[in-house]
Unconditional design. Structure first.
Lengths: 139, 441
């Protein structure tokens, strides 16, 4: 039976953003997972969390630990992604001026997630939320 | 005191005076690595989880916690005793020039007192060299992390092993100082190296510990460590006497050491990066902030920063637990002295490079070795145990009250699953049981 735990993410909550990823990191560390794998998952978790905080509505980050793989499932009810292909390009960003002032919006979120995960699936429609599914293989 | 399974790995750092301990539980909550338990009113420290930050010492209102230290022993006459001075020592005596302090140290019985100025400058050169090299080779990941604070090193080894490759692989100045001093004194005095005892006068409680055996390679360079507050009174007496007699250090010896501004500000937060020629640096001090920043680095942030100085103590080493004067007073003393000594380096690069190329400035430790060296490790659990822990957490619905003796509910649940605690110890659970019984009456 896989281990499942969900974390709530709130829109525009920049202060608490990243907390779910830190929690996930600590859980994986206690399980003695490979540090490199933990790091990849942490980076993906953080990028996903930031996406929800900046563009999403309220969202949920679900962690699933199974033998052989770890799954991060992030869904929200926010703006959605208009053109997924475009969003996957390095440097493309829809971040607002405010986000950029805070140091975000480099347009590296989804590319980073793609580079660090083994499987990345995105389902989204404009103004209808986004669902990002990531898998990491455990060898 | 809990003794670790493998005593060669680590030795107890703190001891509890159970007569003084009130069982208030402040230390359990304060410990960043959750190493303290108070089950059955019996305080214990899990040595393998202890990173020697000294936070428990700071928060204990009863003074029941003390560090395991070596007693200050009488300086032995048959050996040559040399004091290796921490830059922070200069901040402890307001309005006194560093060279006078060095002289006073000699007067209390040391054969010589060594100033670390040139070694700190060498360290800064070495750091700059490594950063410049790393810009080309990309051998280490950005940001590089300062190796100066021993607690930060332990913290990384314990909680952030991912970040071990970020550690700047350069020996700390005091060890460079120790190594060269021993060689020089033995050559100058024509005596055996064993006849020299090097004392490190330091504000840092983490350096005071009976040495963890495998840490020996670096630490064995220093023979004894003494807290600054342990020698403070004796030095003060000598300084007063010198003032009365009108002696000034400049009269003593052919050439007093040149104290560098880089050395003076070393003890304050930001003092290390202030001397490094790179704009992409950060200085972070304080335990909580350090942990927050390490977490952020682990999530891939701060890649545009080249070098981060971390200090566990607030305000840097002037905030060390073994200082004699308050950290803000000490900081003020340093800032005022800096005006006199200036930020320039005394040592020219061409004097450093030949010694630096002899590799002794670079330590050859790999991250794996480092983790072993610090002797801290986490116990690991299985997925089944993790599920069990979540179940217990749901069952107790606690408020992290710590009444059971664990720092929080999660740690308590972990202890239950690994057999260190009994579920029955949870007061929340017991309260709900009693409530139920009372309702049914």
């Amino acid at each position: 039976m896989p281990f499942v735990k969900s974390f709530n993410i709130k829109r525009r909550d920049f202060v608490r953003a990243g907390e779910a990823s830190i929690n996930i990191q600590n859980i994986l560390k206690s399980l003695n997972m490979d540090p490199k794998l933990i790091r990849r998952i942490a980076i993906c978790g953080y990028e996903g969390e930031m996406n929800v905080v900046m563009h999403g509505g309220d969202g949920v980050l679900k962690l699933e630990i199974d033998t052989g793989k770890i799954v991060l499932d992030i869904s929200d009810n926010g703006d959605g992604i208009e053109d997924i292909e475009l969003a996957m390009q390095k440097g493309y960003s829809t971040a607002t001026e405010e986000h950029r002032e805070m140091g975000f919006g480099a347009g590296m979120g989804l590319p980073n997630m793609k580079a660090n995960s083994d499987v990345l699936r995105i389902k989204s429609e404009k103004s209808n939320g986004a669902h990002v599914h990531m898998e990491f293989y455990v060898y | 005191m809990t003794i670790s399974a493998d005593p060669s790995q680590s030795s107890p750092y703190i001891t509890f005076d159970t007569a003084l301990c009130t069982g208030c539980g402040k230390c359990i909550k304060a410990c960043p690595t959750k190493a303290i338990r108070l089950y059955n009113d019996n305080p214990t420290c899990l040595t393998n989880n202890c990173i020697r930050c000294g936070e428990c010492l700071r928060v204990c209102p009863a003074g029941a916690i003390s560090i395991t230290t070596y007693e200050l022993e009488a300086l032995r006459k048959d050996k040559v005793s040399i004091a290796l001075v921490s830059p922070v020592l200069y901040s402890q005596f307001k309005g006194v020039m560093p060279n006078d302090i060095l002289m006073a140290i000699k007067k209390i019985g040391f054969h010589n007192a060594m100033d670390p100025s040139s070694y700190i400058e060498m360290f800064l050169y070495a750091v700059e060299e490594y950063i410049a090299k790393n810009r080309i080779t990309g051998l280490s990941p950005w940001p590089l992390i300062s190796p100066v604070c021993p607690v930060v090193m332990s913290l990384i080894a314990y909680q952030f092993p991912n970040l071990l490759p970020h550690l700047m692989p350069i020996m700390r100045p005091v060890f460079l100082l120790a190594k060269e001093t021993r060689e020089r004194i033995s050559w100058e005095y024509k005596i055996n190296k064993d006849a020299i005892i090097l004392y490190h006068l330091t504000p840092c409680p983490a350096k005071l510990v009976p040495i963890r055996s495998s840490f020996a390679r670096e630490i064995s360079l220093v023979d004894r460590t003494m807290g600054i507050k342990d020698v403070y009174a004796q030095i003060s007496v000598q300084l007063n006497q010198m003032k009365k007699n009108g002696i000034e250090a400049s009269m003593d010896g052919p050439e007093p050491p040149k104290i560098s501004g880089n050395c003076l500000r070393w003890g304050t937060a930001g003092g290390e990066i202030a001397g490094i020629d790179s704009d992409k640096t950060l200085a972070v001090s304080g335990l909580r902030e350090t942990i927050t920043y390490l977490e952020k680095i682990e999530m891939g942030l701060f890649k545009d920063i080249e070098y981060i100085e971390f200090r566990i103590c607030p305000e840097g080493c002037v905030g060390g637990a073994l200082n004699a004067v308050d950290k803000y007073m000490a900081k003020n003393t340093i800032l005022k002295m800096l005006k006199k000594f200036g930020p320039e380096r005394n040592m020219p690069l061409d004097k450093v490079l030949p010694r630096y190329e002899n590799i002794w400035a670079l330590s050859d430790m790999t991250p794996d070795e480092l983790q072993r060296i610090f002797g801290v490790y986490k116990e690991h659990i299985s997925i089944e145990q993790l599920q069990e822990i979540e179940k217990i957490l749901k069952q107790i619905q606690g408020k992290d009250c710590s009444i059971c003796g664990a720092p929080d509910c999660r740690t308590f649940a972990e202890d239950v699953v690994t057999g260190k605690a009994k579920l029955h110890d949870c007061v929340m659970l017991r309260k709900r049981e009693t409530d139920k019984v009372l309702e049914n009456k």
